[in-house]
Design a protein around this ligand. Structure first.
Ligand SMILES: [Zn+2]
Length: 353
């Protein structure tokens, strides 16, 4: 039996609404059991498939280095990516994929997210191709792209359908992320009418079908804050929402899959979060505090550089050096509460043997 990992991997059949509901009902009960089993107590227990939400934008607090570190951690944990389509296939066939993760990148093609003041090179299009894509490629990962169809082709955004089809040919999955990306209208009084919502759901699906030859199974939308969920569920087996936390553990949740916002889980936090989904035994890799590298420290009220450094057994200079990319003036500037500092750990980081 061949298990398709990605749309390009083989002939796939689309789930009917009825069969989707059937496996939802069948497997929900058995999976509820795992919720009361401590993870790791039983190797046969399925801990689910985490969905990690990314956007092609980096900031002071969410740097490309932090993203690279996450990809490297997934690689160290021997995790492989999976698509929603393949996940649904597994679940429909009663198998529970282990060591898998769904990486999603939203706002592909969105004109309003297309470029910064300086020009395209720092814009999301370039960020995707120059900073994210090489990392995916390095580890053999494929992402699920949340495509905003209404802006494509859009000269300013850089995206056209040919480039999206190229990624599709590499095994990237295409999910719809609406036609207009107009979230001003979402979930408020006087917001999206049902007719407008149906347009967002149906026409974006049609555009992907027309240009890429497939029916997307996923729809990315803040379902936690918007109506018309049933209308979307009638068109897409997987409604991908913005809820933070959890994973695809109970199958009824697959209709509105919660995602981890990857940038909220940096460094050691990310590693320990992902370990539970990994097939690598936790003892086979070094503890975050002793491995070469660094751990994330969030600055608390009353902290000083000296205090943080002393608490971690390092010098202030080493602390400043480890954060020079993110906070170039850390040595002279005042510490702010909630700043996220990388604290070096392990002797090799400090140059010792
Ligand atoms: Zn978006």
């Amino acid at each position: 039996m061949t298990v398709p990992d990605h749309p390009a991997a083989g002939k796939l059949r689309l789930l009917s609404r009825r069969s989707f509901l059937r496996w939802t009902a069948t497997l929900g009960a058995s999976l509820a059991i795992q919720a009361i089993c401590p993870v790791g107590a039983n190797a046969a227990v399925w801990s689910g498939v985490p969905v990690l939400a990314y956007h092609p934008v980096f900031t002071d607090d969410w740097t490309v280095e932090a993203f690279r570190q996450q990809m490297h951690i997934l690689h160290q944990l021997k995790m492989r990516t999976i698509s929603f389509r393949a996940l649904i296939w597994h679940l429909e066939n009663g198998t529970t994929p282990q060591g898998r993760v769904i990486l999603s990148v939203d706002d592909i093609g969105a004109a309003k997210a297309c470029c910064d003041r300086e020009g395209n090179l720092a814009g999301p299009y370039a960020t995707f191709w120059l900073q994210m894509y090489p990392e995916f490629r390095r580890y053999g990962f494929q992402a699920v792209l949340g495509v905003v169809t209404g802006d494509i082709p859009e000269e300013a955004s850089g995206w056209d359908w040919r480039k999206i089809r190229f990624l599709q040919s590499l095994g990237y999955e295409l999910a719809s992320h609406s036609v207009s990306h107009n979230y001003q209208m979402v979930g408020r009084d006087g917001g999206l009418t049902r007719e407008q919502a149906l347009h967002e759901f149906a026409d974006s699906k049609e555009a992907i079908r027309q240009h890429c030859g497939i029916d997307p199974v996923g729809y990315v939308w803040p379902f936690n804050a918007v109506n018309y969920k049933e209308d979307a569920a009638a068109l897409y087996p997987a409604l991908i929402t913005y809820g933070e936390g959890g994973a695809v553990q109970r199958l009824e949740q697959l209709a509105a899959v919660p995602r981890y916002h990857a940038e909220l889980h940096q460094g050691a936090d990310f590693r320990s979060m992902m370990e539970r989904y990994s097939t690598v035994p936790a003892t086979s890799h070094l503890h975050p505090r002793t491995r070469r590298g660094s751990v994330l420290y969030v600055v608390q009220p009353g902290d000083s550089l000296g205090r943080i450094a002393a608490a971690h057994g390092i010098t202030v200079a080493a602390l400043v050096e480890a954060n020079r990319y993110r906070y170039p003036d850390l040595g002279s500037a005042v510490l702010r509460v909630a700043m996220r500092l990388q604290v070096p750990t392990g002797r090799s980081f400090l140059g010792g043997p």
